[in-house]
Design a protein around this ligand. Structure first.
Ligand code: SF4
Length: 500
């Protein structure tokens, strides 16, 4: 495979992880986005567009692997945004062919916070029966044990990513064809995974048996696409066909889609936080519009936690649909009391002390004309460490608000996620150590209410709340009920919730 040389990281990279709490980055971080296309000319161009639409799922780095019948496999991996790299003609000309897959990364495992180019996916392996590349969204919860075993048996790892285990497990499989090798490999893997993979002639998509992370199938002309979210199908003009089902493997070749079931059937446990925060509001998840679900969360929140006030303001952007729902249900006017600078991104590579002290004001500004003298309901999607919530409250009070009432569109985040979302350690989660009233006092607001877990379930379409007979969601970060035991974490001393 011919790989183009990667762009170098900034000479003096700034520790954004440490600074992000001041920048309104006090949120669980999206995991990764994956995308693949087969059966179109210059598939890599479509993949670049798809990855651009999935950029909210990972901003550290991106990569594309493609195959052309004459030129074979090619790849490019780059730090930074898709738009800054995969729009350059000089680069895209090196990625020809009708088959390509890609990945945008936020590191949830491996070199966390400081991505090395060797950790940027897709990963490629040259096997005896030909090459294959994979891109993974999720987190392998037994990766430490697998890596140790594989290294002891002679595997040489190129990266610190948990996803690379899949390539090595495939290499060790005795099966002849790539799909069967992937099945062998993925049966050894625990945790959450949505995977797109490719050989010279096949595009493959797989979801773990619980379907924790999303993956959808689309049709573009005579070709096909696989994507983390439907919003990325829209950008390339592909038609949304259906979701890849939990536990399903789709193998696409010569225009045909074959569906295989390599795993034991299990009760689905899709990530409920995708509805609250991670996915784009213009995507369809589990057959539901993300925007509609988020607005319904606001409706439920207004019913569960009403309060007298003058205006409802979202903490932009992810709090916006819930604030609209809250306003509609309560009859309290909606107001854009906080404006987000859409161009903040990672603009300041080495911010000065003076800029750093501006903190959250760099990203969010209060619309004083709307706030002054008002009793304000602030609707946010989640409270993780609480650092940003405090700062936003101070900005609102500085602008002359009479009262501040926080309404949160998710239950208290009291447990870390081990399935591909970066959350702080449990002891750093505000809700892990404080009651709701203690959190209210800590944030120094007039009232603080979270939607209940039952309310959230109603909003995502389970009318009676958490129906034990309906397909469940993963809600472990709220409930501590982990659908897959996080083996590596337990080995490192993590304690599961005691049985009630
Ligand atoms: S723990 Fe939370 S964020 Fe992680 S998969 Fe489950 S619901 Fe989603």
């Amino acid at each position: 495979m011919r790989a183009t040389p990667p762009a170098m990281p900034p000479a003096h990279p700034f520790d954004f992880d440490a600074w992000e709490t001041d920048l309104g980055g006090d949120k669980p971080k999206e995991e990764c986005g994956i995308f693949g296309v087969i059966g179109t000319a210059d598939a890599a161009n479509f993949v670049a567009l798809g990855l651009h639409a999935l950029q909210h799922r990972g901003q550290e780095a991106g990569g594309i692997v493609c195959h052309d019948p004459e030129q074979g496999f090619n790849s490019a991996r780059r730090f930074g945004y898709v738009r800054d790299n995969f729009t350059k003609q000089s680069l895209m000309e090196t990625l020809p062919g009708p088959l390509a897959i890609g990945h945008v990364r936020y590191s949830t495992a491996g070199s966390k916070g400081h991505t090395a180019i060797r950790d940027v996916q897709p990963f490629f392996g040259e096997f005896s029966m030909g090459g294959a590349a994979i891109a993974h969204n999720g987190n392998i919860t037994n990766a430490d044990a697998l890596r140790k075993e594989l290294i002891e048996r002679g595997s040489i790892f190129q990266s610190s990513s948990d996803s690379e285990c899949i390539i090595h497990l495939m290499a060790r499989s005795l099966q002849r064809r790539v799909p069967e090798r992937m099945m062998d490999a993925l049966r050894r893997v625990e945790g959450a995974f949505s995977v797109v993979a490719m050989t010279r002639t096949k595009l493959i998509g797989v979801r773990d048996p619980l379907g924790v992370r999303p993956l959808v199938l689309g049709k573009i002309g005579e070709g096909w696409a696989l994507s983390s979210e439907t919003c990325a199908l829209d950008i390339i003009g592909a038609e949304f066909v259906r979701e890849v089902e939990p536990g399903e493997m789709v193998v696409i070749e010569d225009g045909e889609v074959k569906s295989l079931r390599p795993f034991q059937p299990a009760r689905p446990r899709f990530c409920i936080f995708e509805h609250v925060y991670f996915s784009r509001p213009d995507s369809i998840l589990n057959g539901q519009s993300v925007y509609t679900t988020r607005r319904q969360i606001g409706v439920e929140l207004a019913r569960e936690a009403p309060v007298e006030a003058d205006i409802v303001c979202p903490v932009p952007d992810s709090g916006t649909p819930a604030a609209i729902g809250f306003s509609q249900e309560s009859g309290i006017p909606y107001a854009m009391g906080i404006i987000r600078n859409q161009y903040m991104g990672r603009t300041f590579i080495e911010p000065t002390e003076q800029i750093r002290n501006m903190g959250v004001r760099l990203k969010l500004n209060v619309n004083r004309a709307l706030i002054e003298g008002k009793r304000v309901i602030l609707v946010d999607d989640s409270v993780v460490r609480g650092t940003t919530s405090r700062k936003i409250k101070e900005m609102i009070l500085d602008a002359g608000a009479k009262e501040v009432h926080f309404r949160i569109a998710s239950p208290p985040t009291a447990w870390p996620c081990f399935y591909g979302v970066d959350t702080p350690q449990r002891e750093k989660l505000l809700a892990a150590t404080m009651s709701e009233e203690e959190m209210r006092l800590h944030l120094a607001v007039d009232s603080l209410k979270f939607i209940t877990l039952d309310g959230l379930y109603r909003a995502v379409g389970e009318a009676k709340g958490r129906d034990p007979n309906a397909p469940q969601y993963c809600d472990a970060c709220f409930s501590g009920d982990y659908p897959v035991e996080p083996a590596d974490q337990i080995n490192k001393g993590f304690e599961l919730k005691a049985a009630e």
